[in-house]
Design a protein around this ligand. Structure first.
Ligand code: SF4
Length: 641
């Protein structure tokens, strides 16, 4: 029997004075939606498996909160992972995890929706279920317990967490979440049991129910197949997309405490077709869909009125590629300048970050200007398909410094196949060259912060066949950069290799890795996304205890026809297209942005019905008729022709 909201409130009053940032645990924010619990036909807990400070900046959670609560009879409330001091206090007090709005225990809800944007949240997801008093393994949860579903970028390879989650939403949730709730309301009203409810979910496009799929392995441990074990479960689960982005949420909650991004987020565009070969988000979020400028301006107006936020974040994977970006920035600037509103426009591409755009953002100048060349030589930028000439990088830097920014953040990645010591050394040289662009404007007062991450070969990308770079190789390159990249105005940061390893085996794992995740969690792994909390030892012991070799997942070059643990999950982009792109990378051949020329990546054939329903301007893929159907080299390779 779970505690009542009143009992939970009483316990909270005793605990909160003893923990850090109690504002994380109380709810009651401006614009919080508290609906009548008894009057609700169906109750959804939206859980973000990290602390309030991060979860409250998650746009996906806000979008679902808005959509579900807008539906009469439905109720959605928020749940975040408590920080370790609060988790300990809750366990000592026997206080179950609860939702912020009504203080109902998580176990009281009909459905728990867990957001999994990245893999290092997996142990927190188990902690969240355990703190709710629910068994972490899906098969151990009985009829009285809520169903647990998950969505987010990480779930494009759902297998490592398949043992803990009843069903996954592959792709975009705006429409499918209501289809799921409706199907469960019907099943509930007909007294259907848990398995029957899950069979109903398996019929919904984009929903993957892992218990209805068996995994077969070859003798050497490679996956042989992931196949349905009930009629009606699709062989391949194709992601969901919303053909036209619905208006963004505007009655945003004003957080109780400072959060990671203290700004109002508006997604101006979804998808990116630049085709960077390492980029998971770019491959799984196709096609490109844009929101009209008018709709965005209206949303800014509504948000300013409803929340009082002083900064708007215009978000997308590549905002300077948004067709009307100049008009958008100018119109927001003109309309809201006297209301002290600043605009941030993260993820700008060097090629399309014009001086004009910088001018439009100059009033909002805060902190540094971010550029992500990712590689420091033109050759490596061709390999990863993020080509831009060196001269253009320097020209853009000069324009930025000329407009008053004193700090530029440069992002690079090391660890790509075929990368040479020269390619790494060039990072230091390019950073120095960028800093030199500031001299005429800021003398010695400028700063270049260089962030160097380690490449992780992600599922559903052209690089999914390559191994992770070895520790000694990566650490030698990091040491070279520490030697080469220092001095006034230069600052270097890099990724810890243990974190890279974790991300790699969690994103490339198969269903057997689930046991490792549970073992690591039982050995104390939590908050793995936080450098000072990540426990590599617990993970090493977990692999040993389970008898799996992490190297099998990390360091093997894959054959082009190897079956991946995620091959039964389709992002719409064909595997043959990824093979072709991978082979082009080996020849350092670039591929243009497909808004200029379609390469038949597979999105259109997959979503033709939706394409036909949408007005042309909303969707940047060309009409089907202009699709050049051709036999790609990739298909030849895969079909062994
Ligand atoms: S269908 Fe063509 S235009 Fe659309 S995302 Fe794929 S390659 Fe690009």
């Amino acid at each position: 029997m779970t505690l009542s909201p009143e009992q939970i409130e009483r316990q909270l009053h005793r605990i909160l004075p003893t923990v850090a940032k109690p504002g994380r645990y109380v709810g009651g924010e401006y614009n919080q939606i508290t609906k009548d619990w008894e009057g609700a036909a169906f109750r959804v807990a939206l859980a973000f498996p990290d602390i309030y400070d991060l979860g409250m900046s998650n746009l996906g959670l806000m979008v679902l909160y808005d959509i579900i609560n807008k539906r009469p009879g439905l109720l959605a409330e928020r749940v975040f992972c408590p920080w370790s001091d609060m988790e300990d206090a809750m366990r000592r007090a026997g206080l179950p995890l609860y939702a912020l709005e009504s203080k109902h225990a998580l176990a009281d809800f009909d459905l728990i929706g867990v957001s999994l944007p990245y893999e290092s949240l997996y142990t927190n997801a188990l902690a969240l279920l355990d703190l709710a008093g629910l068994p972490v393994r899906a098969e151990a949860r009985d009829e009285s317990m809520p169903l647990v579903i998950a969505g987010g970028h990480a779930t494009f390879n759902p297998e490592p967490v398949a043992d803990f989650i009843d069903a996954f939403v592959i792709g975009e949730g705006e429409e499918v979440i209501l289809e799921i709730v409706d199907a469960l309301c019907v099943a509930k009203s007909k007294g259907r049991n848990r398995s029957e409810q899950l069979r109903a979910l398996a019929q919904i496009g984009g929903v993957y129910v892992p218990r209805f799929y068996d995994v077969a392995y070859h003798a050497d441990g490679r996956v042989q197949a992931v196949a349905p074990n009930i009629p009606g479960a699709p062989v391949r689960v194709v992601k969901r997309i919303v053909p036209i982005l619905p208006p963004p949420p505007t009655r945003l909650l004003a957080p109780n405490i400072d959060i990671v991004h203290n700004r109002a987020p508006i997604e101006i565009m979804r998808g990116c077709t630049r085709g960077c070969r390492f980029c998971h988000a770019g491959m799984v979020n196709r096609p490109v869909r844009e929101r009209p400028v008018e709709q965005i301006i209206e949303a800014v107006e509504a948000i300013v009125r409803a929340t009082g936020f002083e900064e708007i974040g215009l978000l997308s994977l590549s905002s300077s590629d948004y067709r009307d970006v100049h008009r958008l920035v100018d119109e927001i600037g003109a309309r809201f300048r006297d209301r002290n509103l600043s605009i941030s426009l993260p993820s700008l591409r060097i090629e399309t970050t014009s001086a004009e755009l910088m001018d439009g953002l100059a009033d909002s100048r805060r902190g540094g200007f971010t550029l992500a060349p990712e590689a420091a030589t033109e050759h490596m930028r061709s390999v990863i398909n993020k080509y831009v000439p060196d001269a253009e990088v320097l020209e853009t830097a000069r324009e930025i410094f000329a407009r008053g920014w004193r700090t530029i953040k440069l992002y690079f990645m090391i660890g790509h196949a075929g990368e040479t010591e020269e390619d790494v050394r060039a990072i230091a040289e390019l950073a120095r060259a960028v800093l030199a662009q500031a001299r005429p404007f800021h003398g010695k007062k400028a700063q270049v912060n260089v962030g160097v991450s380690t490449f992780v070969p992600k599922p559903h990308t052209p690089f999914q066949w390559v191994p992770l770079a070895a520790r000694e190789d990566v650490e030698a390159k990091q040491a070279l950069l520490r030697r080469e990249l220092h001095g006034p105005g230069l600052k270097l940061s890099w990724n810890d290799y243990d974190e890279t390893r974790l991300e790699a085996f969690l994103s490339r794992g198969d269903r057997r890795v689930g046991a490792v995740i549970e073992e690591a969690w039982r050995r104390g792994a939590r908050f793995d996304a936080w450098q000072d909390c990540h426990k590599p030892g617990a993970w090493a012991e977990a692999f040993e205890a389970v008898g799996l070799d992490p190297g099998f997942y990390l360091y093997r070059q894959r054959a082009l026809d190897e079956v991946f643990p995620w091959d039964h999950i389709s992002p719409g982009v064909k595997k043959a297209y990824l093979v072709e792109d991978y082979l082009m990378a080996q020849r350092a051949e670039t591929r243009a942005d497909c808004r200029e020329q379609c390469f038949a990546c597979g999105i259109l054939p997959e979503f033709i019905p939706l394409r036909r329903e949408t007005p042309v301007e909303a969707w940047r893929c060309p009409p089907v008729s202009r699709q050049r159907r051709r036999t790609t080299q990739g298909e030849k390779e895969l079909n062994h022709e």
